[in-house]
Design a protein. Structure first.
Length: 284
């Protein structure tokens, strides 16, 4: 709510005197709220925002502009934007009716111009953003972005803020390789299972990570290692030499959280996954 003050001056016979100072308030007729459809994100991911504008006044507000700073923050002398507007994703509703979208600027921060809000009515703007190489990923991080609405009929800019955070969970991927890839009959081969955790928390024993595989051709006389240490059955794994079915025991595999490094010059964040390795060696 904006306030104003002013004072009159009375001049006569070469002199002057001042009146008392009066104070008034300008009631804002436009309110703005900003809501993310989801409150957590992964990288990569999409985040949809809903901007609600309500005009409690008796006059239609036209020619308004909205700016979304897309979570901008400074890295050294550089400003980076952890969200990227997805082109053509904007939807614009007036009193609940879909209408032609206003103009959208091409560069960050996001600018939307030509917005109108009917007297005693509302407008809703919905658009999508994508996470990018500047999006924070740690489990204590967040992206806070602010929309600012300006234009004729508004005494002051009106703002709204929303925060979203990375999903606090493991994010696992597995890669299988074989060595050697060409082997003679009755030869020995090694299967290597590399598990990578791109998430910001450890995959712990309680996450019950399990590898299952059916070896074809069937392996005999297998030996198994986990991060270079020998495993024994049935404590750490099970194997059926008749069917080739192999499985690790739940809770035996843990994978450290990823680490995240931000370039001090460019602001680009690099993810180094935590890893765990299981090998199975046997004769075909």
């Amino acid at each position: 709510m904006a306030t104003f003050t002013n004072q009159a001056t009375l001049s006569y016979n070469g002199g002057s005197t001042n009146s008392n100072i009066i104070t008034g308030e300008i009631i804002e007729v436009l309110t703005v709220s900003k809501t993310a459809v989801v409150d957590t994100y992964r990288t990569p991911d999409k985040i949809t925002y809903v901007i609600s504008l309500i005009n409690s006044g008796t006059t239609t507000l036209t020619g308004l502009s909205l700016t979304d700073n897309l979570g901008a923050y400074a890295v050294g002398n550089t400003t980076v934007y952890p969200l990227t507007y997805i082109p053509d994703s904007i939807r614009y509703y007036t009193n609940g009716t879909l209408v032609a979208a206003p103009a959208v600027g091409a560069a960050a921060p996001l600018t939307i111009t030509g917005i109108s809000v009917p007297a005693g009515g509302n407008a809703t703007i919905i658009y999508e953003t994508a996470t990018n190489e500047f999006t924070p990923r740690g489990n204590e991080d967040s992206v806070t972005n602010t929309v600012t609405v300006t234009g004729a009929g508004l005494a002051n800019a009106v703002t709204a803020t929303e925060s979203v955070s990375p999903v606090a969970a493991p994010d696992l991927a597995i890669t299988k390789s074989v060595s050697p890839s060409v082997v003679a009959e009755n030869g020995q081969i090694t299967y290597t299972f590399l598990i990578e955790n791109y998430g910001n928390t450890e995959a712990s024993a309680s996450d019950n990570v399990i590898i299952t595989d059916t070896f074809n051709p069937i392996l005999t006389g297998i030996t198994v290692t986990y991060n270079g240490k020998a495993w024994t059955a049935p404590d750490s794994y099970t194997y059926n030499e008749a069917t080739g079915e192999f499985a690790t025991v739940a809770g035996q595999i843990t994978v450290p959280a990823a680490t995240f490094t931000q370039d001090a010059a460019t602001g680009v964040i690099t993810t180094t996954p935590g890893t765990a390795t299981v090998t199975v060696t046997g004769t075909i």
